[in-house]
Design a protein around this ligand. Structure first.
Ligand code: AMP
Length: 115
């Protein structure tokens, strides 16, 4: 059930943490896909978006507040950035602990490759 992200949240694996509070931990992706690539992760173990419960709504909203504050800190808020959540196999999810990607620092192009 637990993933590597729980170890990161608990401080058992070193990471480049950019923000932490009692609900959320945000750290730089180990394999960045853009000049700014931060993962915003709820400290609570929620595997996927499919597992979000009504009582998690405040937490999910807080993830967005943290994301926009990090975008400001990282200097990408003005030019723009992308928030992305992958869900399960077709969505490309690799780590089954809910997380929001924040990409920025360059022109990110179309949302999906053009067909
Ligand atoms: P996803 O495909 O949405 O599940 O994304 C998982 C992300 O976690 C990938 O972008 C990985 O590069 C990232 N990742 C995996 N392990 C670590 C780690 N130890 N520290 C930081 N990022 C990680």
């Amino acid at each position: 059930m637990s993933t590597i992200f729980t170890k990161i949240i608990n401080g058992e694996i070193p990471t480049d943490t950019v923000y932490k509070d009692d609900q959320v931990t945000a750290f730089r992706d180990i394999n960045p896909q853009a000049p700014v690539h931060v993962l915003i992760v709820p400290n609570k173990e929620i595997p996927t978006v499919n597992d979000i419960r009504p009582e998690d709504e405040q937490l999910i909203g807080h993830m967005f507040t943290v994301a926009k504050n990090i975008a400001q800190q990282e200097g990408v808020a003005q030019n723009g950035y992308r928030l992305l959540i992958n869900v399960n196999r077709d969505g490309g999810q690799e780590v089954f602990h809910l997380h929001m990607h924040l990409f920025g620092g360059c022109r990110l192009g179309p949302m999906l490759p053009r067909k």
